[in-house]
Design a protein around this ligand. Structure first.
Ligand code: 13P
Length: 241
């Protein structure tokens, strides 16, 4: 099971001290089959990477530019640059970036460049509340998958993170039956080797007891709760207990 910490735009150099507990946990037997991946802001990737050097916690970024090469792109960072500083993962297509104008086409280009740079891609999809209310969840997810993965054959390093937009940061999670059916539906969009499927949206130490029962999930993408080491560790422990 994968537990991906998405720190979003939070954290400074002092945050590194909060990681001691997680490093210790990652070396204990309690971690069982949990694989931990931290995606801090760009500014902390190198420090986190150093912190995790003697343990198995992996590092990712939260976005990247779509270009494979260096270029005159003020303020941006591409996948090759991320790889060169130790990142192995990148989150792409997050709804917070879609909201800011990232289109399916742009996300597709980003995924292609990330795969080329040998990053593992955590590709986020999800419907808004109004799409859900209009019964459009499935058509939205299919469209995001089809366009986001257009002409991408190599799916071995791909994770799909199903993150209903209405669930992010709201404390609300989908009904278990709905979530199970949606995950099954997502899987049906793929032929051959299936990508790993994560769920994201208000995952916390309380609701993990329900979420862990969704038997077709490969892990969780965790926002707010992942910044608190105790909560993050609790989520992992409870998943296996
Ligand atoms: P929360 O866990 O804070 O709802 O955030 C989910 C998310 O957006 C992870 O990418």
């Amino acid at each position: 099971m994968y537990f991906v910490a998405n720190w979003k735009m939070f954290g400074n150099l002092k945050s590194i001290n909060t990681l001691d507990k997680v490093v210790k946990f990652s070396k204990s037997k309690e971690i069982k089959k949990g694989r931990l991946i931290y995606c801090p802001p760009y500014t902390l990737i190198t420090s986190f990477f150093k912190k995790f050097q003697n343990c198995l916690i992996d590092i990712g970024a939260q976005n990247c530019h779509e270009s494979d090469d260096y270029g005159s792109q003020t303020g941006f960072i591409n996948s090759k640059m991320l790889k060169s500083i130790g990142a192995n993962y990148v989150i792409l297509g997050h709804s917070e970036n879609r909201k800011k104008g990232e289109t399916d086409k742009l996300i597709n280009l980003k995924i292609k460049s990330a795969i080329k740079a040998k990053l593992k891609v955590i590709f986020c999809i999800g419907e808004t509340l109004s799409e859900k209310k209009r019964g459009k969840t499935r058509s939205i997810l299919s469209k995001q998958i089809k366009l986001g993965l257009n002409k991408i054959k190599k799916k071995s390093n791909l994770f799909i993170a199903y993150e209903p937009v209405w669930s992010i940061g709201t404390g609300k999670i989908p009904k278990s039956k709905d979530l199970e059916q949606t995950v099954e539906f997502i899987k049906k969009n793929f032929k051959g080797k299936l990508p790993k499927i994560l769920y994201g949206g208000s995952v916390n130490p309380k609701n993990i007891n329900d979420l862990k029962k969704i038997n077709n999930l490969d892990g969780f993408l965790i926002g707010g709760a992942s910044q608190n080491p105790k909560k993050f560790i609790d989520i992992v422990k409870k998943t296996f207990n």
